[in-house]
Design a protein around this ligand. Structure first.
Ligand SMILES: Nc1ncnc2c1ncn2[C@@H]1O[C@H](COP(=O)(O)OP(=O)(O)OP(=O)(O)O)[C@@H](O)[C@H]1O
Ligand SMILES: O=C(O)[C@H](O)COP(=O)(O)O
Length: 395
């Protein structure tokens, strides 16, 4: 992959695809880790005298303009972290974007509005995506791919634009790939992967492949309930991917055949509703009342998972064990994070919310070997898949 050193950027307009998909509470950014991770590449380009046009997505607005997902608060925070103004374009490729980028001087930075306001960004139709990519590429002369958390998406800004402009990988992408490579080559065993979180349908897909690589797979968070249901248990109102139950039954069988330990929760915190102050109790994972939803793993599961991590030599963890944003349901995530820290293994935490959880819980970031900005992206990398955003940068 070409890097920033291979691009002559002075006085030229450079489009940087970053991953600025941060958690928000209204207009307030609750964790700015991904913005901070994007700063070194942007600063390097500023230092080289480029005109820097940053583009990124926030949430999943599905091709519609929705102020809830505006990147404006992110532009402000990026400006604070860079120590210079960041001009914010109120659209992605419209008049505002064109005017904003045209007025950039060397060393100045602009951020475009949320890429996913445009249906072309995520379109499965090559022509529609390509047409949007042409408009986006038209805003700049060079392209830098630095949004590691989104390199697994075959989206216009990730996959198509680098085909249209001279390009290079940014420092974040280079650094992330270097660490994740260590997990795919000569992995020290036992190799344990811990999966949780809420993007269940996305991430169930990686399990088939992971089962060929790991010694143990611990499943918690919103992921676990589809497994419990597949085993025939009641999961109440818990997060459930009904259409993937057969697939999950297949994983359970395959794990048994391969001798991979697939470890599920034995108890959960079952709440009456999805709320910070929801009334809740510890129940057996096999007996969740029909009117309750599991919002965290229970105390026995925390001990079980910690025991399964204690002798690990390599661990990858993606996805919180519960709704850690609510203090009452953050204990499972804390327990797993602490077990990783004390394991002495080579430990990688991946994902926007997983990394945010580590910081929110006040755990030392240097207690882990690496905190990756990519959740789904890291998992797909570990599967050994060709990721569209990396393939495009390699061309
Ligand atoms: N039992 C549960 N029920 C509902 N939501 C849950 C549960 N457990 C965890 N979550 C939620 O999962 C979310 C994080 O999931 P997600 O899969 O997006 O992880 P991530 O680390 O951000 O990875 P990525 O970077 O791929 O998005 C958190 O907001 C958390 O509240
Ligand atoms: O949060 C992430 O994993 C990345 O920003 C990608 O977001 P997506 O899962 O909505 O594509």
């Amino acid at each position: 992959m070409r890097t920033l050193d291979d691009l002559d950027v002075k006085g030229r307009r450079v489009l940087v695809r970053a991953d600025l998909n941060v958690p928000l509470d209204g207009q307030t950014i609750t964790d700015d880790g991904r913005i901070r991770a994007s700063v070194p590449t942007i600063k390097a380009l500023v230092g080289k005298g480029a005109q820097v046009v940053v583009c990124a997505h926030l949430g999943r607005p599905k091709g519609q303009v929705n102020p809830k997902y505006s990147l404006e608060p992110v532009a402000r925070r990026l400006g604070e972290l860079l120590g210079q103004d960041v001009a914010f374009a109120a659209d992605v490729v419209g008049d505002s974007a064109r005017d904003t980028v045209a007025s950039l001087q060397d060393g100045q930075v602009a951020l475009l509005e949320n890429l996913r306001y445009e249906p072309g960004e995520e379109s499965k139709d090559d022509a529609e995506r390509g047409a949007f990519a042409q408009r986006l590429a038209g805003l700049a002369e060079l392209y830098v791919g630095d949004g590691f958390g989104a390199v697994h998406r075959k989206h216009a800004s990730v996959y198509d634009v680098p085909k249209l402009l001279p390009h290079a990988a940014g420092g974040l992408v280079v650094a992330e790939v270097e660490v994740l490579k260590r997990l795919t080559e000569d992995t020290e065993r036992p190799y344990v992967v811990v999966l949780g979180g809420a993007k269940v349908s996305d991430k169930l897909g990686v399990i088939a492949n992971l089962l060929t690589k790991v010694d143990r797979l611990l499943v918690g968070g919103g992921m676990a309930y589809t497994f419990l249901k597949a085993q025939g248990h009641e999961v109440g109102n818990s997060l459930l991917q009904e259409d993937q139950l057969d697939q999950v039954r297949g994983f359970l069988e395959e794990a048994a055949q391969r001798g991979v330990e697939l470890v599920l929760p034995v108890d959960v915190l079952a709440a009456v509703t999805f709320a910070a102050d929801a009334e809740h109790e510890v129940v057996e994972a096999t007996a969740i009342p029909a009117d309750r939803e599991g919002l965290d793993i229970g105390p026995r599961t925390r001990e079980l998972f910690a025991a399964k991590l204690a002798d690990a030599k390599t661990v990858f963890w993606n996805g919180p064990m519960g709704v850690f944003e609510f203090d009452a349901f953050s204990g499972g995530t804390r327990a797993v994070a602490e077990a990783l820290i004390t394991s002495g293994a080579f430990t990688v935490v991946g994902g926007g919310d997983s990394a945010a959880a580590v910081r929110k819980l006040g755990l030392p970031e240097d207690g882990f070997s690496h905190i990756s900005t990519g959740g789904g992206a890291s998992l797909e990398y570990l599967e050994g898949k060709t990721l569209p955003g990396l393939a495009a940068l390699e061309e």
